[in-house]
Write a protein that binds this ligand. Structure first.
Ligand SMILES: Cc1cc2nc3c(=O)[nH]c(=O)nc-3n(C[C@H](O)[C@H](O)[C@H](O)COP(=O)(O)O)c2cc1C
Length: 183
């Protein structure tokens, strides 16, 4: 079913954040998994990540990763990244330029790690070797030590594209300003 069309820029921006927040509550929501693009010494890199937290007031998203992973090395050098999300149900694409940082607040980090421990999924962060290390066997080797990292992505702008049978629409929201764009 084609969702009802919103007609004001303010309503669309609100709906984007509402939808991002909804994705955190709904298991199958398409925006739970996004593509994170980063720069790797002048080359593009991208991978899927699961969004773990959306903070509409702070305009920030958080995801988990291995602290030794290439993406963490990349964001230390170039904090500018881009999160890309597409929802077939909404017909909406979101491109979000982000500023990436490892979570500086130890309490926030500890709270998220406690959450991971409560689900028993700590093995994702206990690989013996850093992600991307060539290995002799396909079975992952686990180490004792956890390498959990919480990454905060501050959303600098929303570039919204709606695919619709009555005509596609696109808008950009940045620094309190908003405008329609040619799709
Ligand atoms: C659906 C899906 C979800 C993923 N979620 C995460 C995630 O939340 N965090 C993460 O570090 N890697 C996640 N991955 C694996 C990454 O896409 C990537 O392969 C891995 O993190 C290594 O990336 P890097 O070499 O760019 O650091 C996910 C992969 C898929 C297919």
């Amino acid at each position: 079913m084609t969702p009802e069309r919103l007609d004001s820029l303010a309503a669309i921006e609100r709906a984007c954040w509402d939808e991002l927040a909804r994705a955190m509550r709904e298991q199958g929501h398409a925006w739970r998994v996004m593509t994170l693009a980063t720069a790797d010494a002048g080359r593009a890199d991208a991978r899927a990540v699961v969004v773990r937290e959306v903070d509409p007031a702070a305009r920030a998203l958080r995801f988990y990763t291995d602290a030794r992973s290439p993406k963490v090395q990349q964001l230390r050098v170039s904090p500018e990244g881009l999160l890309l999300a597409w929802s077939p149900a909404l017909g909406w694409q979101l491109r979000m330029p982000v500023r990436l940082a490892l979570e500086p607040d130890a309490d926030v980090l500890a709270a998220h790690w406690a959450g991971v421990e409560s689900t028993g999924a700590t093995h994702d962060y206990r690989a013996a070797q850093p992600p991307g290390t060539p290995v002799a066997h396909h079975a992952p080797e686990r180490g004792e030590q956890a390498h959990f990292a919480l990454v905060r992505a501050e959303v600098l702008a929303l570039d919204w594209l709606e695919l619709h049978p009555l005509g596609h629409r696109r808008a950009r929201f940045e620094g309190g300003a908003s405008s329609w764009l040619t799709p």
